[in-house]
Design a protein around this ligand. Structure first.
Ligand SMILES: [Zn+2]
Length: 145
């Protein structure tokens, strides 16, 4: 667990993903190898939505496989944050939080990077990029060229 300081100099825990969720461990492991994956149900063949879970959200089967996705998708919606709601984000504003509809179907909450905040558009084609942090990798997206 790492820390940062708030505007009064107090130590504040950095916002980091929870990596110990059993169903999500393969997801995080694949991201560390720069592969975006999702769960595919063995019973009905559908891809699970995120976050990773223990059974199919459609037919409740607990049998699934992890499959690699293309990493391509389109922005379904987004918001731009101009105010840091946590000290961890003070050096990041303005930034967007985007809902990305992946070409294979699942929707992932992430950020579109490598473009100005006002350049993010609904329907914009994007592709995954991997942000390596200490101990984990996050999937982010950039505009397709
Ligand atoms: Zn299913």
């Amino acid at each position: 667990m790492s820390e940062t300081k708030d505007d009064r100099g107090r130590a504040v825990r950095k916002v980091e993903p929870f990596l110990e969720e059993p169903e999500a461990k393969p997801f995080w492991a694949s991201l560390s190898e720069h592969k975006l994956t999702a769960q595919r149900c063995r019973a009905c063949g559908k891809l699970f939505s995120y976050p990773p879970q223990g059974s199919c959200p459609l037919c409740l089967s607990p049998e699934y496989d992890w499959v690699q996705l293309s990493g391509k998708g389109k922005v379904y919606s987004f918001v731009t944050y101009c105010r840091a709601w946590h000290p961890s984000y003070e050096d990041k504003v303005p930034y967007n939080v985007s809902l990305v509809d992946l070409d294979e179907g699942p929707r992932l909450i992430s950020n579109v990077i490598d473009c100005a905040p006002d350049q993010v558009k609904i329907g914009m084609p994007v592709e995954v990029v991997y942000e390596d942090n200490e101990g984990y990798t996050l999937p982010k997206f950039r505009p397709m060229k």
